[in-house]
Design a protein around this ligand. Structure first.
Ligand SMILES: C[S@@+](CC[C@H](N)C(=O)[O-])C[C@H]1O[C@@H](n2cnc3c(N)ncnc32)[C@H](O)[C@@H]1O
Length: 238
């Protein structure tokens, strides 16, 4: 795999692709959540409209290294990967005991090689493989984020990749406002409780990862949404 497989980003430009197959996979991947209606509709919305899901399923396709899913929530991304043919072991961690319980009771009982743990992403010690973190960085102070990135960089084996997708402050005023409104909504609804409210700049994340000796690329990952999301892909230099 080249460092930056640009064809994986095709969905963002309006993919022709197998739309029927993608929707059927979403139907299957949302079934584990069917008994909890609000979670079921959240999961379907996420799988359909979050462009990072499609892109990451492509970027991780065929990978056998374990995957660490940071801030995994109720395991929606794990279900999506499984229904898109990814069988690599996946370990999800989240600060929320409630979400980890949901993940264990739903996707954890259906798909093989999934494990979930209530844990602060900053406290993980020892992992080797690919790492994913969707919408996690802004819950850390600047110092906490730097410390987290230092840890994550040390977990990357040769060929392993760190995939971080996050809203950033420097993607334009309107996008930052839309992202802040969404953040206020998820906190107001108590879906997210606690943590810092500290959206990084794109430049700060890139600079820190580069300072750790990683090769980094970042691309807009907002798709059709109004948000300020960027995907950062980092890996060891050859
Ligand atoms: C916006 S949600 C994203 C959920 C999931 N990644 C997804 O895309 O569906 C952010 C998640 O990060 C979790 N979180 C926040 N701070 C965390 C931390 N320090 N360690 C682990 N998880 C954390 C929250 O509990 C929440 O489930």
């Amino acid at each position: 795999m080249s460092f930056f497989p640009t064809n994986a980003l095709l969905p963002l430009g309006g993919e022709e692709g197998d739309e029927g197959g993608i929707l059927a996979a979403i139907d299957r991947a949302s079934q584990p959540f069917a008994k909890k209606k609000s979670l079921y509709y959240y999961a379907r919305g996420k799988m359909r409209h979050d462009p990072a899901y499609r892109v990451l399923a492509r970027l991780l396709a065929g990978q056998e290294m374990p995957i660490l899913d940071l801030g995994c929530g109720a395991g929606v991304f794990a279900a999506y990967l499984r229904e898109n043919g990814l069988s690599a072991p996946l370990h999800g961690v989240d600060l929320s005991e409630k979400k980890i319980r949901l993940a264990k009771e739903t996707v954890g009982t259906i798909y093989p090689a999934l494990s979930f743990e209530t844990k602060d992403a900053a406290a993980i010690q020892g992992f080797s493989g690919n790492i994913v973190g969707l919408d996690l960085l802004h819950y850390f102070s600047e110092q906490g984020r730097d410390h987290l990135l230092e840890n994550l960089a040390s977990f990357l084996p040769a060929g392993g990749r760190l995939y971080l997708r996050n809203g950033v402050r420097d993607a334009g005023f309107l996008r930052h406002c839309a992202t802040s409104v969404e953040e206020a909504f998820v906190r107001g609804s108590r879906w997210i409780t606690g943590g810092e409210w500290n959206f990084p700049t794109r430049a700060a994340v890139e600079k820190k990862l580069e300072s750790l000796g990683l090769q980094v690329v970042s691309v807009p990952m907002w798709g059709n949404t109004p948000f300020s999301s960027y995907l950062f892909i980092a890996g060891r230099k050859k």
